[in-house]
Design a protein around this ligand. Structure first.
Ligand code: CP
Ligand code: NVA
Length: 310
């Protein structure tokens, strides 16, 4: 039985914790002198079974900002469940680090790591969830719109890990979410049910043109996630009608903004004219990966310190 706080999905946080975390992100972004150093003299392991540009760099810089030392470990250096078990990897890393963060193919690897050690485990993307992305998404939407509650996000595309974490993030902050995906690629029913149980307003609609009407934000992600490359040709056909293009953005309205977790595939899930056009806020969103993860790591350390003092 381990007691430390993990962050495997957004709903590991309560409504109040997520709200406070978002306030901290804004506060520290506005005033970097307010950033504490809870990781001074401590390490954070960042393990990657899949490639990354934003998550690795934002993660390393978030740790540095909190006074800590990040060590990034690539899959071929550690080979979880091949060279040694996920549990033994976690036990080893916990001997040197305050937090273990990992990007994995199989979400259950994170759960096994969590069960094996008593330090925070953070999900840097799994087949099921991308909660650190959702934190940056919420911060970005709050910055763009000034608020989250009652605002409307249309997610157009694959009902994948990014969509699932966005659904939980929306549910916990009062953002309304409309999701349009091709048949067979919808958001998992369990995710929709859980998000609704958290108070979320989630609509599932088949036509992307219907989904975007009244949206403040139009969001999409790749049609083929990492690990699904063998399905890429089929997915290109299935998702053809779900490209976020100028027609879709026009249907959303003149003030609608565009978000994408990146990496983007121009001409597939998004038209170049949209992602490179005036509605796009994807570079603010990418930069917010660091601001959001810094607040998250500090929150997890705060919890750790509280536990040590108890
Ligand atoms: N959005 C995101 O997680 O990007 P990377 O895969 O580059 O980390
Ligand atoms: N859904 C994508 C997100 C990449 C950041 C994937 O899992 O590959």
């Amino acid at each position: 039985m381990t007691t430390s706080r993990d962050f495997l999905e957004v709903d590991d946080l309560t409504h109040a914790e997520l709200s406070a975390l978002l306030d901290t992100m804004v506060e520290w972004k506005d005033d970097p002198r307010a950033i504490p150093k809870p990781l001074a003299g401590r390490g954070v392991a960042l393990v990657f079974e899949k490639p990354s540009a934003r998550t690795r760099n934002s993660g390393e810089m978030a740790v540095v900002g909190l006074g800590g030392h990040p060590i990034t470990i690539r899959h071929d250096e550690i080979s979880i469940d091949v060279r040694e078990s996920a549990e033994d990897v976690a036990r080893t890393l916990a001997a040197f680090h305050a937090i273990v963060a990992a990007r994995v193919f199989d979400h259950t690897v994170l759960e096994r790591m969590s069960a094996a050690v008593d330090i925070p485990i953070v999900n840097l993307l799994s087949d099921r969830a991308h909660p650190c992305q959702a934190l940056a998404d919420l911060l970005t939407i709050r910055e763009l719109l000034g608020s989250l509650e009652g605002r409307r996000v249309a997610y157009v595309g694959d009902g994948n890990n990014v969509a699932a974490s966005l659904a939980y993030g929306a549910a916990l902050t009062g953002l309304e979410l409309v999701v349009s995906s091709p048949a067979g690629y919808e958001l998992d029913e369990l995710v929709v049910d859980r998000a609704r149980n958290l108070g979320g307003v989630i609509e599932l609609v088949s036509d992307p043109l219907d989904a975007v009407v009244g949206a403040d934000i139009v969001y999409t992600d790749t049609w083929t996630s990492m690990g699904e490359e063998a399905e890429a040709d089929v997915r290109r056909e299935v998702f053809r009608g779900w490209q976020v293009d100028d027609v879709l953005m026009a249907a959303a309205g003149a003030d609608a903004r565009f978000l994408h977790c990146l990496p983007a595939h121009r001409g597939e899930e998004v038209a170049a004219s949209v992602i490179d056009g005036p509605a796009s806020a994807v570079w603010l969103q990418a930069a917010n990966r660091m601001h959001s993860k810094r607040a998250l790591f500090a929150f997890l350390m705060e919890d750790d310190f509280l536990k040590e003092e108890a």
